[in-house]
Write a protein that binds this ligand. Structure first.
Ligand code: GDP
Length: 184
């Protein structure tokens, strides 16, 4: 079996959108009703996709707002991003767009695989502030993947993190094309 491929992914988004809950659901298979928002937490998980084995490192951040500056550690050595908003918060959707702009400014033309996630879609329709189609349109405008999810749903949480691994490979191969390069 070849060596596992190392992938480092940062979870970004406004506070309370469910970043930690999604990460914990994926890593520990549990939806924590009570979870202390930590400044930053890193989780590791091994997973097999097709014939490849991945060693995924997930950085769960404390959350960003319109005034946040993105530290170097969110840019250097990062293979991809899971950008989360809550479908019940228009503000969190706007913040996600702002984070994307800041990432682009910081990373320039380098590879930027992203999965945009509209979380909390288990909540009643009347609390929704962001339409599914608006999430999809925003992700399309970035060339990113999109999905709605709920951290209460183990399967959806799993799909988010397998999708970012697939996105990293997809963006890499479209960028590399016939150049001989590889994501390290
Ligand atoms: P973070 O600050 O973005 O990491 O958000 P947390 O994961 O700490 O979640 C903030 C609050 O939203 C907590 O009370 C969670 O239980 C709740 N929450 C997170 N994800 C979901 C979800 O998908 N559905 C529902 N109904 N609540 C959620």
């Amino acid at each position: 079996m070849p060596m596992p491929k190392f992938r480092k992914v940062v979870i970004l988004g406004y506070r309370s959108v469910g970043k930690s809950s999604l990460a914990l659901q994926f890593v520990k298979g549990d939806f924590p009703e009570e979870y202390d928002p930590t400044i930053e937490n890193t989780w590791s998980k091994s997973l097999v996709l097709g014939t490849d084995e991945f060693d995924l490192q997930l950085v769960d951040t404390a959350g960003q707002d319109e005034y946040s500056l993105l530290p170097h550690s969110f840019v250097l050595g990062i293979h991809g991003y899971v950008l989360v908003y809550s479908v019940t918060s228009l503000k969190s959707f706007q913040i996600a767009n702002g984070i994307h702009t800041k990432l682009q400014d910081r990373r320039g033309k380098s590879l930027m695989p992203i999965v945009l996630v509209g979380n909390k879609n288990d909540l009643p329709a009347q609390s929704r502030e962001v339409k599914t189609e608006d999430g999809k349109k925003l992700a399309d405008s970035w060339g990113a993947a999109f999905m709605e999810a709920s951290a209460k749903d183990p399967e959806k949480s799993h799909v988010i993190f397998t999708k970012i691994i697939e996105e990293i490979d997809r963006v890499e191969s479209s960028f590399c094309d016939d150049r001989k390069c590889q994501v390290m």
